[in-house]
Design a binder for this molecule. Structure first.
Ligand code: BDP
Length: 668
């Protein structure tokens, strides 16, 4: 009897445990419970997308009966929708099935995050809301920290993983409607007939979810694939080659979106190799795509080993080309002028190219923000950008994906929030980062106030905390060589380009620290509109968050806090560390409110984050102290490392892969 009771208890406990176990694979789409509301489709035009919209609601909608109808409406963009609630019914209309699908996800989002379901009209801010995958065809992911690439090229086109559909569904649920499947450092092979058939298979899976497929192309593809003697965009053979290739693509994928191009950047081929401009290169591709309604997204991420300040180079090269691009070219500019640093001012190209369509490229994957070990919610950083660059001046929004084959898609459970927030902001950049965090938390973890409030605050503070423990006050690019995971302000690789070395950016010396980009230095400030130029150019008006980005200042420079620059720097590093300590406490307090599996996962990653924050603080302060020769203020946490010991750390991660286990086992 006793034995049986024991067995019963064991079975019950293991059942409860299983129920509690969540591996994060369901993302924010964890609707449960009986639905059962009636969903009526009042449209004669049946479509796979419309069926999906109805199906999603039938499975999870618990509210009043819904009617879905496709209707033309002047107030609605193609993807827009209208919801009218009244008389015990919810009437949803849109000019397209995709709009109805978005409306279905909108209703479910409100339901699952316990918001009021009210009449509304929604139009996306941008017609193109696109993910950029930096996935290679060997399934490695450049700057990917969540396993392998989702695309199993070897098994495509015949074998279609269930995850392709889940991926499309997750994107559609936040309004993402485009995906560039492959790395901007593109292999020409992606354009071979064999691979185009694989791409077609993916496009077919994504189509019902309103997602179009795009490809990154290597500008020298005609040479690599068909041995043309040149890739000169003005050469007739080259023009003919691209036209034919484009026709081949559209015969397989009639709604193919277009090309993304990284040209003449970091060793990639481009039109400049043949004495042509970026505009000539982009326009040649745009002409090939035009009759198919395809577009070219041409990246402005260029910098050469010249004398010009790297932060000025994209502007110097692209601004003179303003107005020279075809209407179906969008110049894709990273949010900042250097490279996805924890904090950058916005790229001055925004606002400077008034006769060219521009789109912003954000980095969702955390190349410079602790990979998948650090909890850093990126929406506040993107909102900072939108605060300076009016969303209406942009044509589209792109985000470098953080998605991989990991069960939970993104590595860190909270990295999912960045995928989610990217989609939500691409749909509506005026949403607040707090509101997005709130709805994501409720759908992903728990609706309990005791959970949502403190963890929402933690998320809101997480970006600033990371900036503080990594590179406060406008410091930038003082990362370890190659993988960019830890600090290496002393890094000096013999023979490497100076603008790849941290000292190029921090310029620490006995008299002070920072990059003078004011009128007394590189004059990068002059690339901004007058009012901002004046603000940034003067150290007493320059926002302190950009101070050492724009100025080289003495260690004794007086800060707004009254502290000296040196003391302020120490204070900021320390405050970043202290914040992570608080994050740990906040997290531990919510243990009983969520499943054990994700609780422990986040808990252990926070431990790594704290160890890393201390590592960053000690490394940077001890290194900069060699120049300042000043004491670390006595009220802040003392270093626990020796500088020489920190200089010896070599992480066993190559440039483009960094399995967490190896990171966690590193020798400090
Ligand atoms: C840098 C990455 C590099 C990318 C490059 C790019 O370190 O891996 O190829 O940007 O955006 O941030 O092209």
């Amino acid at each position: 009897m006793k034995h049986r009771l024991y067995l019963l208890i064991c079975i019950t406990l293991s059942f409860i445990n299983q129920m509690a176990a969540e591996n994060g694979s369901r993302l924010w789409l964890r609707q449960s419970g009986e639905a059962g509301a009636s969903v009526e489709v009042s449209s004669r035009r049946a479509s796979a997308t419309l069926n999906l919209a109805a199906e999603e609601l039938r499975q999870a909608w618990k509210g009043n009966p819904v009617t879905l109808s496709i209707e033309r409406d002047k107030a609605l963009a193609a993807d827009g929708f209208k919801i009218v609630c009244g008389e015990g019914r919810v009437r949803v209309s849109s000019p397209t099935g995709t709009g109805l699908l978005y409306a279905a996800y909108h209703l479910l989002r409100l339901q699952e995050s316990e918001q009021v379901i009210a009449s509304t009209t929604e139009n996306p801010a941008y017609t193109l809301r696109i993910l950029n995958h930096w996935d290679n065809i060997d399934r490695t992911v450049e700057r990917g920290y969540a396993g392998q690439s989702l695309w199993d090229w070897e098994r495509l086109p015949h074998n279609l993983s269930e995850r392709y559909k889940e991926y499309a569904r997750a994107n559609a649920s936040v309004g993402i409607n485009g995906t560039v499947l492959n790395n901007v450092n593109a292999s020409p092979v992606i354009l071979s007939a064999e691979y185009l058939n694989k791409v077609k298979a993916l496009a077919d899976v994504f189509r019902p979810y309103g997602i179009r497929v795009y490809l990154s192309v290597n500008f020298a593809s005609p040479m690599a694939l068909d041995s043309l003697p040149t890739a000169d965009p003005l050469d007739k053979r080259v023009v003919g080659w691209w036209k034919k290739k484009v026709r081949e693509i559209y015969s397989l994928i009639p709604d193919f979106g277009g090309f993304l191009v990284k040209a003449n950047s970091e060793g990639q081929p481009g039109p400049c190799d043949f004495g042509r401009t970026h505009a000539e290169g982009a326009n040649m591709l745009a002409d090939a795509l035009k009759s198919h309604k395809g577009i070219v997204m041409w990246r402005a991420f260029v910098y050469s080993p010249s004398d010009a300040d790297r932060a000025k180079q994209a502007y110097l090269e692209f601004k003179p080309l303003d107005g020279r691009f075809r209407p179906n070219v969008i110049v894709q500019v990273k949010n900042g002028p250097v490279d996805f640093q924890p904090r950058e001012p916005y790229s001055p190209l925004f606002g400077a190219m008034r006769h060219t369509s521009l789109m912003v490229e954000f980095q969702i994957t955390q190349e410079y923000l602790g990979h998948s070990n650090h909890l850093v919610y990126l929406a506040p950083m993107w909102k900072e950008f939108f605060g300076l660059v009016p969303p209406s001046t942009l044509k589209a929004v792109a985000g470098v994906s953080n998605i991989g084959s990991d069960a939970n898609w993104c590595g860190h459970p909270f990295a999912q929030a960045n995928w989610y927030a990217f989609g939500r902001l691409a749909w509506n950049p005026s949403l607040s980062s707090e509101a997005i965090a709130d709805e994501w938390l409720r759908q992903t973890f728990s609706k309990e106030k005791e959970f949502v409030e403190p963890i929402g605050r933690l998320m809101a503070e997480s970006h600033e905390a990371a900036v503080d423990y990594m590179m406060p006050l406008g410091l930038h690019h003082i990362f370890a060589w190659g993988h960019h995971y830890g600090p290496e302000p002393w890094c000096n690789v013999p023979g490497a380009r100076p603008d790849w070395m941290p000292s190029y950016y921090h310029r620490a010396e006995e008299s002070g620290i920072g990059f003078d980009r004011s009128h007394t230095g590189s004059r990068a400030t002059a690339q901004y509109p007058d009012s901002l130029c004046r603000l940034y150019d003067n150290p007493s008006t320059c926002p302190e968050q950009y101070l050492l980005w724009f100025h080289h200042l003495s260690w004794s420079h007086r800060m707004k806090s009254g502290r000296t620059l040196w003391d302020e720097l120490c204070h900021r590093y320390d405050s970043g560390v202290q914040q992570v300590r608080e994050f740990q406490k906040t997290w531990d307090r919510v243990e009983s409110l969520i499943d054990a599996e994700r609780f422990r996962d986040v808990q252990s990653r926070l431990k790594t984050q704290l160890r890393d924050a201390i590592w960053w603080k000690d490394a940077c302060l001890l290194y900069f102290q060699e120049f300042s020769k000043l004491a670390i203020p006595y009220n802040i946490e003392r270093p626990i490392h020796e500088l020489e010991e920190l200089k010896k750390i070599v992480l066993p991660i190559s440039n483009f892969e960094c399995p967490d286990s190896r990171l966690l086992n590193r020798n400090r």
